[in-house]
Design a protein around this ligand. Structure first.
Ligand SMILES: [Zn+2]
Length: 399
């Protein structure tokens, strides 16, 4: 008889690593050899993992390796934005099996419409994948402050300025719409987009092996997430890491959050493009960059000023949480690539020495950080109670 906790630990370890030897599984999970063997054998019987030869270490026979079977168990991760929806299908072990993306008109953010879009996209995705894939969850990243409200399906979006939502019970709306389409067996979980991006970069990207990581993602808004020893810093009521709304200039422009002079109003994409003399509805960071490279002085100074403000805003965050890694995503990555020196210059006003203490890098997952984070959140939930979905022999299902 296997207790559910052991099963969960083995699946988590395999999901994180993709493939492990039985002895590595034992040391990572703290389970003894015979328990690992029983669990692995039953997971092989259930088709969730397979065992085969690993890479040879040189001398002697290659050791047996346990691998997650990517298309046996999968989740869908969604990244919901004001003007687009992106989804990935992630298989157990972390492989991306499928991608889906759709742009839509800005302003069509009625929560029921958004839920219908997620449901329609999810069923299209499910149709495009083989029948044997077992769906164990849907994770949804949203640009807002999320109050989990106890059980995740009841999550409420406390505030999402870019979607225009205030206290919107999107967890219930989406769960009900999904159950109508798929039956009640697909659990839905919601998370803040930047926190999920941060988590994905920590587990599968640029933050691997870091202890304290700050993730800042730039788009129209500026999102932030902080991971400490593998745990997201959420704060007492869920808005820790909202770096974009730290007051940068008390006399600055009004912010969508109701305050004034937030960091977002200074380094947000719209501000930079406008300061460069271009139309933010038509131009993006690449347009500003190519004009600057062609010698346009207004564009050059807009980018330099933004880069300086990025460094100035990061400095107090560095002193506050003492990160070893800072990941700058979205248009902030472009600024880092071309104005690295300006950004780093400003970090000299902190207690750390950038060259030795902090890595400032772009996201290793590229533009996928957030959507992969949403998928990881769904897996996190599914691997917590694998007995709920695992079609395995009865012995595996006991609690
Ligand atoms: Zn603000």
């Amino acid at each position: 008889m296997i207790e559910g906790g052991g099963l969960s630990r083995v699946l988590r370890a395999l999901h994180a690593a993709g493939a492990l030897t039985r002895s590595d599984l034992g040391s990572l999970t703290g389970l003894n050899r015979s328990t690992v063997a029983t669990i692995v054998n039953e997971l092989v019987a259930a088709g969730v993992v397979e065992e085969g030869a690993g890479a040879s270490g040189g001398v002697g026979r290659p050791s047996l390796v346990v691998r997650a079977v990517p298309d046996s168990v999968a989740v869908i991760g969604w990244d919901i934005r004001a003007d687009s929806s992106t989804a990935v299908v992630e298989g157990i072990g972390g492989q991306i099996l499928h991608r889906w993306s759709k742009a839509h008109r800005r302003g069509s953010t009625d929560p029921y419409e958004v839920a219908a879009r997620v449901v329609a996209g999810s069923s299209q995705i499910a149709e495009e994948l083989p029948d044997h894939v077992l769906w164990v969850g849907v994770g949804c990243a949203l640009p807002g402050i999320i109050d989990p409200g106890g059980d995740p399906p009841r999550s409420t979006i406390h505030r999402a300025p870019t979607l225009g939502w205030v206290d919107t019970p999107f967890g219930v709306i989406l769960s009900e719409a999904m159950s109508e389409q798929f039956g009640s067996q697909v659990p839905v979980v919601l998370g803040n987009d930047a926190n999920l991006g941060a988590m994905a970069e920590w587990t599968r990207g640029a933050g691997k092996r870091s202890r304290v990581m700050v993730f800042v993602s730039g788009d129209v808004g500026i999102g932030g997430g902080v991971i400490v020893d593998g745990e997201p810093l959420t704060g007492a009521s869920g808005f820790a890491g909202e770096i974009g709304h730290i007051r940068f200039d008390p006399n600055g422009a009004p912010c969508r959050c109701g305050s004034r002079g937030c960091w977002e109003t200074v380094i947000g994409l719209t501000t930079i493009v406008s300061a460069a003399g271009l139309d933010p509805l038509k131009a993006g960071i690449d347009d500003v960059l190519s004009a600057a490279q062609a010698g346009d002085a207004t564009c050059q100074s807009a980018l330099a000023a933004a880069a300086r403000a990025v460094g100035q805003g990061l400095a107090p965050v560095v002193n506050m949480v003492n990160p070893d890694t800072i990941v700058l995503a979205g248009h902030l990555e472009v600024l880092l690539e071309h104005y690295r020196h300006t950004i780093i210059e400003e970090l000299r006003f902190t207690l750390s020495r950038e060259s030795t203490d902090i890595r400032v890098v772009g996201p290793a997952l590229g533009s996928d950080s957030i959507v992969v984070g949403a998928a990881e959140l769904a897996f996190e939930r599914a691997l917590d109670r694998p007995q709920r979905w695992l079609t395995a022999p009865e012995s595996l299902r006991s609690e």
